[in-house]
Design a protein around this ligand. Structure first.
Ligand SMILES: Cc1cc2nc3c(=O)[nH]c(=O)nc-3n(C[C@H](O)[C@H](O)[C@H](O)COP(=O)(O)OP(=O)(O)OC[C@H]3O[C@@H](n4cnc5c(N)ncnc54)[C@H](O)[C@@H]3O)c2cc1C
Length: 356
């Protein structure tokens, strides 16, 4: 029988390196608690990095406008003094309270940690975009068919088809119109779910002849096969709802925004109490039904929960205090300000750097 590796003892483990998990490093660090952070994606940033890196966010306190990737970069910078250990590209598959009061955290890559406390900041779980259902589409996914924009410039000068009727589809239609060589928006019905102002702007662009709008579904793709066997996308066939009319649209790039398909994944299998497909927590400690396991950000649920980044930041601050008490119950807790606390300033590496 293969020998099971002894788990490495650590103070706290954060599952999920989205904006809220990253801020948890900082809040724990201020209280002198070191964290390991794990994410199944290759890069930190969660939804901000994966789904809308180029979009501006307007509701982060004191930052009137902040790009989603910029927010992540700032959170990483802010957490730097606390030297968290990042385990990226690894899915947490096992979470198990141990007889000694610690919690075993095990990943798909074989990392095994025994944690004093665990914070689950797993967002919408391992989220998957809803895919375009068209025969043979797999061959083009990631090359010519995309479910998110990583770099807007990739679509400049291209024949672009955008599918969908929500905010992402409409925002990118307006942003890329005039930059793509041609742009066609395909939506299954006449009504849109996106912000009315963006829909109006799109209709103005159509009226000005700068793009076209088709009501229907992408039903097939056209392609050319090269000598080396690879296929190049050349067009999309759009079928109207009457089933008779079809439109042939030249396209070498397709963006499909049909929303996310939230998949709780392993989080649902850890025996923690769930409510509304999220982890039930209290609003004092943000602790789950298992002592020592906390949940913050989009993954949790409590009365009045709002899935906003700033709500997650507040939850991270309170969870940090609860974790400090869980790890060191004998220690008296004080609320200290970073402005005036010498110990916090020492932890931040800014002691003795007052400006006057
Ligand atoms: C298009 C769009 C625009 C938005 N705009 C705003 C806005 O303007 N303002 C605002 O406040 N909010 C906005 N949001 C919502 C905001 O992005 C989320 O509230 C926020 O990302 C939640 O952060 P989180 O850290 O809880 O989770 P996430 O960002 O979802 O990160 C969770 C991380 O956990 C990882 N993970 C999950 N399960 C596991 C596992 N088993 N093992 C390892 N890793 C795991 C995932 O890979 C992911 O990286 C927007 C969302 C979208 C989609």
């Amino acid at each position: 029988m293969p020998e099971t590796l002894e788990p490495t003892p650590v103070e706290a483990v954060i599952i999920g390196a989205g904006p809220v998990g990253l801020f948890q490093i900082f809040e724990l660090g201020l209280l002198g608690i070191n964290a390991h952070i794990i994410d199944s994606l290759a890069l930190p940033g969660g939804q901000c990095t994966e789904l809308y890196p180029d979009k501006p966010i307007y509701d982060i306190p004191a930052l009137p406008i902040c790009g989603a990737q910029e927010l992540i970069d700032r959170l990483i910078e802010q957490a730097k003094p606390f030297h968290a250990t990042f385990h990226l590209g690894q899915e947490v598959t096992e979470l198990q309270p141990l007889p000694n009061g610690k919690i075993l955290v095990a990943t798909s890559s074989g990392t095994r940690l025994s944690a004093g406390a665990v914070v689950i900041a797993a967002g919408v779980g391992s989220f998957q975009p809803r895919r375009l259902v068209v025969p043979g589409i797999e061959e083009f996914e990631g090359r010519s068919v995309h479910y998110r924009v990583k770099t807007a410039a990739e679509f400049y000068g291209r024949d672009l088809v955008i599918c969908g009727g929500g905010d992402s589809a409409l925002d990118w239609t307006v942003a890329l119109c005039g930059k793509a060589r041609s742009l066609t928006l395909v939506h299954r019905r006449a009504e849109f779910r996106a912000a009315p102002a963006t829909v109006s702007r799109m209709r103005e662009l159509v009226a000005a002849g700068k793009m076209q709008l088709l009501e229907g579904n992408a039903a097939a793709v056209h392609s050319e096969r090269h000598a080396d066997g690879t296929a190049k996308l050349t067009g999309v066939v759009v079928q109207a709802h009457n089933g008779e009319t079809t439109y042939q649209v030249a396209a070498d790039q397709v963006l499909a925004f049909f929303g996310l398909h939230p998949k709780l994944g392993p989080v649902a299998e850890w025996g923690l109490e769930l409510e509304k497909k999220a982890l039930k927590v209290d609003t004092e400690k943000f602790q789950t039904s298992v002592p020592g396991i906390f949940a913050i950000g989009d993954i949790n649920h409590y009365p009045g929960k709002k899935k906003l980044i700033l709500s997650g930041f507040h939850e991270a601050a309170l969870a940090a205090f609860a974790i400090q008490h869980h790890l060191f119950p004998e220690k008296r807790q004080f609320l200290q300000y970073t402005t005036t606390s010498p110990i916090m300033q020492k932890r931040l590496g800014v002691a003795g750097t007052e400006t006057h």
